[in-house]
Write a protein that binds this ligand. Structure first.
Ligand code: NAP
Length: 634
């Protein structure tokens, strides 16, 4: 037998009151396989008979035994313990119709007096002496079973069963993963590959989702020792306490649905880690709800996509710090490692701060992607081929290197036959909602982080393909190719815009962290974003140091000269794009924000006056330390 796997179906048999269920449950728990009580699987007709005090006959029993046989066969891969009286040889034969060698029989033997005495002492339990007698009369003692004397303690009984069945002490799983989708699979392989004893689970939906975890386990050698389940209770029971369970299911109602089911089987102190892209406010609610049940909930941002999850993602956990300390070693072991070999995983703060930070990560990602798309768009209007644009981007890698720039080079070069794949892709950008959430949070918090919304709305605009095509005919674009846009100027404009994007991204984190008392360490966030995530870049590595002293990147001494130097390039490109009618919302927003943030005397006085004029909203006066509000009869 492979260590850590008990591929046996163990039937615990004997008369009523011999302790089948108690022994079965303890045994199943100790060897971390599911427990099944045969009495829970009677057909309705049997239940009705029994509740009317009518004894079951053999023809009542046979369909029930057939069902149990099927249940047993379904558990051949994981093993299970089934408590079933199975008093007659023909019942046992029916339970093992196909003579499975992996079916084992344990007969709990005790004499009438002992069982009657025990049953009579059980609180609230009435044992009919005649019924027990009839059970003994029906009983045909099995010949091929391990016989265990029930006079001993439960612990000793299970020890004897394990020893006689040659079951070495089965270690429970250390951690479990729920949801064998794209991310759950990769995270599971990552965890198992690092030597963690793992349980994996995917829901069972008849005819649609069957044996997902078992099939997945069979496909990858690193999952050799993993225990696969499609039964939630058995999955939970196979994990050592306090249980640590990672949820990798779709954000939203699916998380609540799984938590609901989990709450039924988890015990106080168990920890659930939501690794999906949940909204941070939902995470806060779930933390509170789970706490009321004595359970811990850790909201965890996981970045890096499928490959990151497999090879090492960037991980952003938050919630109860003590609960985090119990899962820290697992999350750190699977995380990407930074240049000092430290894990790209850090405790972000309380509540849903981890998911908030992950959401802003995605927002920064939106704007970084949009900026590259805008550079691509500018170069395309200059009639550069995809390969030439790839060459340009590749040449930027030496000093502006990033994961997104690197993959864009690959994408631009990729061909199927003679055709570029990129040229065949419909220009409608999708989104899964984190950009929308980030934009909402930016608005809620009052932060002027304008590039994320600009990138989001650029995606939305892209979706109106038919309208764009129609408008392009009515208002033809006047591209002016008389002068080439300088690639070195474009590069500087790109660099400038990225600085503004990162400045805005970290500013919103700082602002919301302050508003919620999360105390998020910005430098540490930059550090865990240096590897394993989509926005990893050489610039991010520099930010780790800069953010130690300056939470605002626009006042950082190393960045000030670069901002000053690249600003005029960004201005030039912005002007050229407006003149040439090239849609570059993020680039323009970077320049515009920069102009706004360094405008000491803005036009907001007129806005205040207008508000006061039509709504008596009042205004404050310049050079008035009293801070009083004034109203004018206009
Ligand atoms: P996925 O491939 O669609 O897998 C979703 C998983 O959730 C499946 O195993 C699915 O089970 C399960 N599920 C859905 N509804 C369920 C329910 N009501 N009860 C039980 N299980 C349910 O999604 P994914 O890409 O792995 O993403 C999982 C989470 O990670 C999402 O929140 C996503 O936003 C986040 N994320 C994804 C990426 C990425 O690059 N893909 C990156 C970072 C974060 P069935 O197969 O039975 O339907």
């Amino acid at each position: 037998m492979k260590s850590g796997l008990v591929k046996k179906v163990i039937f615990i048999i004997g008369v009523s009151g011999c302790g089948k269920s108690s022994v079965g449950k303890l045994l199943a728990d100790e060897i971390a396989i599911p427990f099944i009580d045969a009495d829970d699987h009677h057909p309705l007709s049997n239940i009705e008979k029994m509740s009317n005090g009518i004894p079951l006959n053999d023809s009542d029993r046979m369909p029930w035994l057939d069902d149990l046989n099927e249940i047993a066969l379904k558990h051949l891969d994981t093993g299970c313990v089934i408590a079933c009286s199975a008093l007659k040889e023909k019942y046992r034969a029916r339970l093992n119709k196909s003579s499975q060698p992996n079916f084992a029989w344990v007969y709990l033997k005790g004499d009438y007096e002992l069982i009657f005495d025990r049953m009579s002492k059980r609180k609230g339990h009435f044992m009919d002496a005649e019924m027990l007698k009839s059970q003994f009369e029906t009983l045909e003692e099995p010949e091929n079973a391990i016989v265990i004397d029930i006079a001993d303690s439960l612990e000793l009984i299970t020890k004897r069963i394990k020893s006689q069945l040659k079951i070495s002490h089965k270690m429970k799983s250390e951690i479990g993963v729920i949801g064998m989708g794209v991310m759950g699979k990769s995270l599971s392989r990552n965890l198992a590959g690092r030597g963690h004893r793992l349980a994996i689970y995917n829901r069972h939906v008849d005819g649609k989702e069957e044996n997902i975890a078992v099939d997945f386990k069979d496909a990858f050698s690193e999952l050799d020792q993993a225990l696969p389940f499609d039964d939630l209770k058995a999955f939970v029971q196979s994990i050592e306490r306090p249980r640590k369970i990672i949820l990798m299911v779709n954000a939203g109602p699916a998380v609540d649905a799984v938590l609901n089911d989990l709450s039924e089987v988890l015990l106080a102190g168990d920890i659930v880690i939501d690794g999906g892209n949940s909204h941070f406010e939902e995470t806060k609610r779930r933390i509170d709800e789970m706490k009321k049940k004595g359970l811990f909930f850790i909201g965890t941002g996981v970045s890096g996509g499928e490959e990151g999850a497999l090879k090492g993602p960037s991980i952003m956990p938050s919630g109860d710090k003590e609960a985090y300390s119990k899962v820290q070693k697992y999350l750190e072991s699977i995380a990407a490692k930074d240049s000092d070999q430290r894990p790209c995983c850090t405790y972000v703060g309380s509540e849903g701060s981890g998911h908030f930070v992950k959401m802003i990560h995605n927002g920064i990602e939106y704007a970084e992607m949009q900026l590259l798309a805008e550079c691509y768009s500018i170069l395309k209007t200059q009639n550069h081929s995809n390969d030439e644009i790839a060459d340009v981007f590749e040449s930027w890698m030496s000093d502006l290197g990033s994961y997104l720039l690197g993959i864009s080079v690959d994408i631009l070069r990729k061909k199927e036959g003679d055709e570029y794949v990129l040229d065949k892709i419909l220009d409608k950008a999708g989104n899964k909602g984190t950009g929308k959430w980030a934009t909402g949070s930016i608005a809620d918090s009052g932060a002027p982080s304008t590039m994320i919304p600009a990138a989001l709305f650029a995606r939305y605009l892209s979706f109106f393909k038919e309208k764009r095509e129609a408008a392009s005919k009515v208002f033809p674009t006047k591209h002016d190719h008389s002068e080439q846009i300088s690639i070195s100027i474009l590069k500087e404009a790109y660099q400038f815009s990225r600085i503004v994007n990162h400045h805005q991204g970290f500013s919103i984190i700082e602002r919301v962290s302050n508003q919620n008392g999360w105390n998020v360490d910005l430098s540490e966030i930059a550090r865990i974003w240096t590897e394993g995530c989509i926005i990893k870049s050489d610039f991010m590595k520099e930010l780790v140091e800069y953010l130690k002293t300056d939470s605002s990147l626009l006042v950082n001494e190393q960045l000030i000269p670069i901002i000053k130097k690249t600003h005029s390039a960004a201005q030039t490109i912005a002007m050229e794009c407006i003149r040439r009618e090239i849609h570059v919302p993020c680039l323009l927003e970077a320049v515009n924000f920069y102009h706004g943030i360094k405008t000491a005397h803005s036009s907001a006085n007129l806005i205040q006056a207008q508000r006061d004029y039509f709504g008596a909203h009042t205004y404050k006066k310049k050079n008035d330390p009293s801070g009083n509000s004034y109203h004018t009869i206009w």
